[in-house]
Design a protein around this ligand. Structure first.
Ligand code: CA
Length: 341
């Protein structure tokens, strides 16, 4: 008997669909490490995030004067360290202190603290680690030191936490005469992060650099285009346009996913319900994963009633594939409760 086409198609769907429908468990990406509990980007914060069960640990990367990639959120040093007291003569005309103006040996003399306001000296997140009460010996670490730590922890715990490095302000670095991407990629390769099979997502806010990473610099690993809340990024690219079907189609030829600001995924009207945008659906239709930033229970999006509501909106309503979180354990716990981990 000849089997009809619709019957064959139905049989094939029954075979294929369960694996398609069973999406991978969402990723918990430790934003700057366990930054909700310890000064951001210190090795201590990374070790703690690893212990709390992060799938990926984030590294923001900037260069030193002697071209060593170090793990710092900003090109500036003055809001997370005592640079102003130790190297007062390095202040630029704009009143800021730059990692690029210190050698690695000099950077290693700094003590890192909880992030504070350069203007008031007060902590940005007052409920977090109290650097005044416990100044400790936190230091700036290099990319290599952090990769060594993560790989050693992976060995000793039997877990396989991945890395999520970000090239910070590549245009600015090049204007200063330093090509950060060209320095970072060989280090990643040396530590086994070079292909899409390796547990690594490289991320960047600048589309010009994302194009360069894929083209001129030959990055073959996973790549994520970060999407800002603001319309335009440093390289003049319109990030609103990137979120349209056309923009996402263009991105899909270059990257594996997008890392949008949470506000592009979900917003809350005062006292109202969550309003989920079409962005995740549109990105998924182009085969892109969606990893928004940043979950913080102590700094929720405007109008969002609780961190539970935030997790529900992101994972259950929008269907994102992972989140950057300052509180690895809070996100892990929510996902376990939702039975997706
Ligand atoms: Ca980052």
């Amino acid at each position: 008997m000849k089997t009809s086409r619709p019957v064959l198609a139905a049989a094939l769907c029954a075979l294929i669909l369960p694996s398609v429908a069973r999406a991978a468990a969402p990723l918990v990406i430790a934003h700057r490490g366990a930054s909700g509990y310890l000064p951001e980007h210190t090795l201590e914060a990374k070790a703690y995030a690893h212990a709390l069960g992060a799938d990926y640990l984030e590294q923001d990367l900037v260069l030193t004067k002697d071209d060593v990639p170090v793990v710092l959120h900003d090109i500036y040093l003055d809001t997370v360290s005592d640079v102003a007291a130790r190297f007062p003569d390095r202040k630029r005309a704009d009143g800021r202190f730059y990692a690029l103006d210190l050698t690695l040996a000099e950077l290693k003399q700094l003590r890192v603290s909880e992030r504070f306001s350069a203007k008031t000296g007060r902590p940005v997140y007052p409920q977090r680690y109290d650097s005044k009460a416990a100044p400790s010996e936190f230091r700036v670490s290099t990319l290599e030191e952090e990769l060594q730590l993560i790989q050693a922890l992976n060995r000793s715990t039997g877990r396989r936490a991945g890395i999520y490095p970000e090239i910070k302000q590549p245009k600015w670095h090049r204007e200063q005469g330093h090509d950060i991407s060209r320095i970072v990629l060989p280090i990643l390769a040396r530590y086994g992060y070079a292909t899409k099979e390796d547990p690594c997502y490289l991320q960047c806010f600048e589309l010009t650099e994302v194009r360069r990473l894929r083209g001129e610099l030959g990055w073959k690993g996973r790549l994520v285009m970060l999407i800002a809340a603001a319309a335009k990024e440093a390289d003049g690219v319109d990030h609103g346009q990137l979120c349209t079907a056309e923009g996402l189609a263009e991105l899909a030829a270059l990257v594996d996913g997008i890392g949008p600001n949470i506000g592009r995924i979900v917003t809350w009207a005062p006292g109202g319900a969550a309003k989920v945008s079409e962005l995740t659906k549109l990105a998924h239709a182009k085969g892109l994963v969606v990893h928004p930033y940043t979950v913080r229970w102590d700094d929720l999006p405007k109008g969002c009633p609780s961190v539970d509501d935030l997790h529900t909106a992101l994972f259950r309503h929008a269907g994102v594939d992972g989140v950057f979180t300052d509180f690895t354990d809070v996100t892990v716990k929510w996902l376990r409760g939702a039975a997706v981990r």
